[in-house]
Design a protein around this ligand. Structure first.
Ligand SMILES: *Cc1c(COP(=O)(O)O)cnc(C)c1O
Length: 337
């Protein structure tokens, strides 16, 4: 299942919500506060694809995922009064960790709202990063309602996970680093959920390398951006359990930043089965020596499944490593997805 576009997409003559200049400014802001990650060649995947394939190791960020880039940039872009009042989010995944980590590093208070159903290990991981925890209600929606209450009552600043120009610009710094390290990059494979990662990288890479192809990769089970691009407007999809849990969730029906970026700049979106994602996790561990979560494995998985045609030097984003240790062991021992 793919959306094929005949013409290469470019950033020329279009007014997009994020520009190359925004991303260059973000790179200056976050320098020294996030890791400049390595881009390493994969002998196995290069042989299989008959093209040089390189892996961008966002797994090496301090919180184990790229989201530190966007959160750090968005927080540094706030005015001093807003910073002092503090930040709030409802994410308990990689975005929540990123906000908590960046806030602690900058000495800014952060509150993470979560429902009573969030597992204790996730609560403790965020508490350990210094965030104040507020447990409210029994669903993610209840936690999000609490965020909105705290924004109104205490003037806290919400840091959204993807649909925000400063967050997207922060994620886009990955694109600058790829072009610096692999100047003849021709294809970039990017895990796709809300589209902050893919949108930001696409702006940077297409501005510097207009011929490069940018391919988003999601799971078949609940691919909200794929369904939205296909429909021509943001749509909701049913959420389903998936190994690529960091790719779950909607894009927001009033999405204003990442939907237009993904619609206009992605050359294709590829969808994967759960077994294909499991094979990607397994390959990353056995052949590349990398622990990746399901979302972080989809680029490798798409190559192994033969679902992407690679033309020229290719960069594959390994977006994160935060997978439950037992699930990881089960998968690498060959267990079913
Ligand atoms: C958030 C996340 C993604 C998807 O990023 P979007 O900006 O929502 O598309 C991919 N991989 C990991 C590990 C993530 O945490």
């Amino acid at each position: 299942m793919t959306i094929m576009k005949s013409e290469p997409r470019s950033t020329e003559n279009e007014t997009l919500p994020v520009s190359l200049a925004d991303i260059e400014r973000a790179a200056d802001r976050i320098r020294g506060r996030v890791t400049r990650t390595p881009l390493v060649p994969s002998a196995f995947l290069s042989g299989k694809a008959r093209q040089p394939v390189h892996l961008k190791l966002e797994t090496r960020q301090p919180i184990g995922a790229f989201k530190l880039r966007g959160a750090t940039n968005a927080i540094l872009a706030l005015d001093p009064a807003a910073r002092e009042r503090g930040l709030v989010t409802a994410s308990t995944g990689n975005h929540g960790r990123a906000v908590a980590y960046a806030a602690q590093a900058l000495g800014i208070p952060a509150t993470v709202c979560m429902s009573s159903l969030v597992p204790a290990n996730k609560v403790e991981a965020i508490r350990a990063l210094g965030a104040e925890i507020r447990i409210v209600g029994v669903s993610q929606d209840d936690a999000q309602d609490e965020v909105e209450r705290l924004v109104k009552s205490r003037g806290l600043t919400p840091i959204p996970p993807f649909d925000h120009a400063d967050v997207v610009a922060g994620q886009g710094t990955i694109g600058l680093e790829i072009v610096e390290d692999l100047p003849d990059v021709a294809t970039v494979l990017i895990p796709l959920s809300g589209g902050g990662l893919a949108g930001g990288i696409a702006v940077a890479v297409k501005a510097l390398k207009p011929q490069a192809r940018i391919i988003g990769i999601s799971m078949e089970r609940g691919a909200a951006m794929y369904a939205s691009v296909a429909a021509g407007r943001p749509v909701a999809v049913r959420e389903e359990e998936t190994l690529a849990d960091s790719l779950g969730g909607g894009i927001g029906l009033s999405n204003s930043v990442t939907f237009p970026l993904c619609r206009d700049l992605l050359d294709d979106i590829v969808l994967l089965t759960e077994d294909e994602i499991a094979a990607g996790i397994r390959h990353a561990s056995h052949e590349e020596g990398e622990i990746v979560e399901g979302a972080g494995a989809v680029g490798i998985a798409a190559i192994l499944a033969g679902k992407v045609e690679l033309i020229g030097p290719t960069a594959v984003i390994l977006s994160g490593s935060n997978i439950d240790a037992r699930v990881h062991r089960h998968i690498i021992e060959g267990g079913a997805a």
